[in-house]
Write a protein that binds this ligand. Sequence first.
Ligand SMILES: *[C@@H]1O[C@H](CO)[C@@H](O)[C@H](O)[C@H]1NC(C)=O
Ligand SMILES: *[C@@H]1O[C@H](CO)[C@@H](O)[C@H](O)[C@H]1NC(C)=O
Ligand SMILES: *[C@@H]1O[C@H](CO)[C@@H](O)[C@H](O)[C@H]1NC(C)=O
Ligand SMILES: *[C@@H]1O[C@H](CO)[C@@H](O)[C@H](O)[C@H]1NC(C)=O
Ligand SMILES: *[C@@H]1O[C@H](CO)[C@@H](O)[C@H](O)[C@H]1NC(C)=O
Ligand SMILES: *[C@@H]1O[C@H](CO)[C@@H](O)[C@H](O)[C@H]1NC(C)=O
Ligand SMILES: *[C@@H]1O[C@H](CO)[C@@H](O)[C@H](O)[C@H]1NC(C)=O
Ligand SMILES: *[C@@H]1O[C@H](CO)[C@@H](O)[C@H](O)[C@H]1NC(C)=O
Ligand SMILES: *[C@@H]1O[C@H](CO)[C@@H](O)[C@H](O)[C@H]1NC(C)=O
Ligand SMILES: *[C@@H]1O[C@H](CO)[C@@H](O)[C@H](O)[C@H]1NC(C)=O
Length: 556
Amino acid sequence: MFTGMTYVYLLSVLLLARITLQASSPTSTHYVGAVVEYHPVHNEDNATATVNQNKKNYMKFLQTASENEVDIIVFPEASLMGGLGSSENNRSPSLSAGSYIPDPKDAKVPCTDQSSNVNEVVKALSCAAKSFAMYVVVNLHEKEKCTGDKCPKDGHMLYNTNVAFDRTGTVVGRYRKWNLFGERGFNRTTKPELSYFRTDFNVTFGQFICFDILFDTPALSLVREKRITDILFSTYWFGELPYLTANEIQSGYSYANDVNFLGAGFNSPSTGSGGSGIYAGKDGVLGRIVSEKRTNAMIIANIPKIVNGRRVQSVNPNDAKIIVYSTSDIPTINGSEPVPQMAFKTDDMKPYTTKLFNPTNNTHNLTLCDREFCCHFQIRTEHREDLVKDSVKYYRYRLAVFNGVRSFGVGGTGGVEVCSIISCIDDKPTSCGQRFDTNTIIVHPTTFNSIIISSDYKISRNISRFPLSLNTEMNPFNVSDFTFISNKLNATHVNIKYTLTKPRKDLMTFAIYGRNFTSDGQPITTSSAAQFSPLYIMLIMLIALGITKTYGMSSM
Ligand SMILES: *[C@@H]1O[C@H](CO)[C@@H](O)[C@H](O)[C@H]1NC(C)=O
Ligand SMILES: *[C@@H]1O[C@H](CO)[C@@H](O)[C@H](O)[C@H]1NC(C)=O
Ligand SMILES: *[C@@H]1O[C@H](CO)[C@@H](O)[C@H](O)[C@H]1NC(C)=O
Ligand SMILES: *[C@@H]1O[C@H](CO)[C@@H](O)[C@H](O)[C@H]1NC(C)=O
Ligand SMILES: *[C@@H]1O[C@H](CO)[C@@H](O)[C@H](O)[C@H]1NC(C)=O
Ligand SMILES: *[C@@H]1O[C@H](CO)[C@@H](O)[C@H](O)[C@H]1NC(C)=O
Ligand SMILES: *[C@@H]1O[C@H](CO)[C@@H](O)[C@H](O)[C@H]1NC(C)=O
Ligand SMILES: *[C@@H]1O[C@H](CO)[C@@H](O)[C@H](O)[C@H]1NC(C)=O
Ligand SMILES: *[C@@H]1O[C@H](CO)[C@@H](O)[C@H](O)[C@H]1NC(C)=O
Ligand SMILES: *[C@@H]1O[C@H](CO)[C@@H](O)[C@H](O)[C@H]1NC(C)=O
């Protein structure tokens, strides 16, 4: 009686019913979000082949997400293209593998609409969003035809773009990265664009990309001006110790702005890249990944909705699931690991004012200033000197304060204002922000029973402060282990107090990290605030004399 066709028909009706039943609705107290951590394929010689292979793997992630009734999924920056690609002088790989992307205003469905003028990959992604009935956010290289004399010679603008499809495959969001990290082959829009879209489960998402997280526009504009509570973030982050590893800044941003945050990271330990997470602001982390080795994984979580400034359901890490793919499921990880552990960069600590911390069994009250910016530390420690034998490895600690301008390398310069305790591998300040190999045995003689870092700050909208923390396993602390409280002192000043409330012996970083946008683009602060001290000048003079003397000698 039942023909094959009817069977298939019935099955698909059942499947559809299931999807419709399970999708979150405007009245649900949460939605299901997923982020992908992906180590992509990169074929140097053939951009199209690269994209096709990565697309195939994207379909596997989507399949898993669908089986877990995910409402919205975010893929990392650049991973579809296998890398950032495109140099200033050779944009052709990006132009050939990139695509036109319709304006969300036009509500095109590239899957079925020929007029949307996209390439095969974008079409396939639109069709996948439609067949899985899922919101899908993908980062890719977008090209746009350009006519007129201000256009690049190849006749195109090229953007680093996130595109969002809804459950019908319609393009509902398009964001072109504003704060490019070098990326000389790419263009920017003439003005920064704020990209946000509303979903059928009544959550409005804003999106931005990677380096954007350290700037006011669009990362803070979305939150402050548009009152966005849920952020989609794709990244290819180059992690840096002690302050700017991927998970540290993702946690810090989510906490400081108290937003739900879905961060998807490009996985490449040899460039210190990787680290994804789903965070629920001040209510805690739902799930996160940081891996010393190459990894393909996905985090899926029930994310509480925020209504009238409050999460309407409590945050439960048991509501999150981390799926790690085997190399046969996603065959992008071949051969042996290129690096033994994530190769983080290290911030240049030379311009910081630092002070070696002597961790005796005491409460230590200390104040340290850098260029008229002062931080107060109240630290209670216990130290097991008996563990420190001849050759054992253990972390030392320094208080580190900075008020100046730093270099972001190819990303330009930016204002930074930091109060921190950081770990170092020996007594020298230059060893801070380095770490011991993960396969060496280290002991933890110092327990921090509590830490209070505080400072008085001038109130300014042009500065954003993040509570950052990290343990030796590269994990930020749980929100139950610290408080971050701002108290208004008078019309112009606030006091911010960052407190570690639970004892830790694996501390790596504990910092109030401020980004001062006013001094962005200014020349970097090169040496420590002590540079003008008479001693320093004398030292320079002595060195100069020494050099003169050496020359004198060699000419003899
Ligand atoms: C959708 O969300 C908005 C903003 O939170 C709220 O005002 C509105 O009542 C919600 N609509 C429904 C149908 O729940
Ligand atoms: C690149 O890969 C595509 C798709 O896999 C293939 O059709 C094309 O011939 C390749 N191009 C070159 C130059 O090898
Ligand atoms: C676009 O980017 C290319 C490559 O960096 C550059 O040569 C060109 O001047 C840029 N054009 C515009 C209008 O920004
Ligand atoms: C790993 O091997 C597979 C199968 O040989 C190949 O398709 C893939 O491109 C390789 N991936 C990398 C990252 O080299
Ligand atoms: C400090 O406290 C630790 C643990 O309580 C103890 O083992 C150690 O002997 C103390 N050190 C001193 C110098 O009292
Ligand atoms: C440490 O500093 C705090 C606040 O600055 C102060 O209240 C406290 O009395 C000080 N404690 C000691 C032992 O000096
Ligand atoms: C956070 O809490 C979980 C559950 O209690 C624990 O397993 C994990 O180690 C904690 N993370 C850190 C960095 O302390
Ligand atoms: C506000 O408080 C700050 C920090 O204590 C202080 O430097 C400043 O003079 C105060 N301003 C006024 C108007 O009292
Ligand atoms: C805030 O910072 C921006 C740079 O992001 C700068 O253009 C602007 O002048 C600053 N505003 C103030 C009040 O300092
Ligand atoms: C930020 O940078 C500006 C310009 O360099 C400076 O005037 C200001 O004091 C800095 N700090 C704050 C809190 O704005």
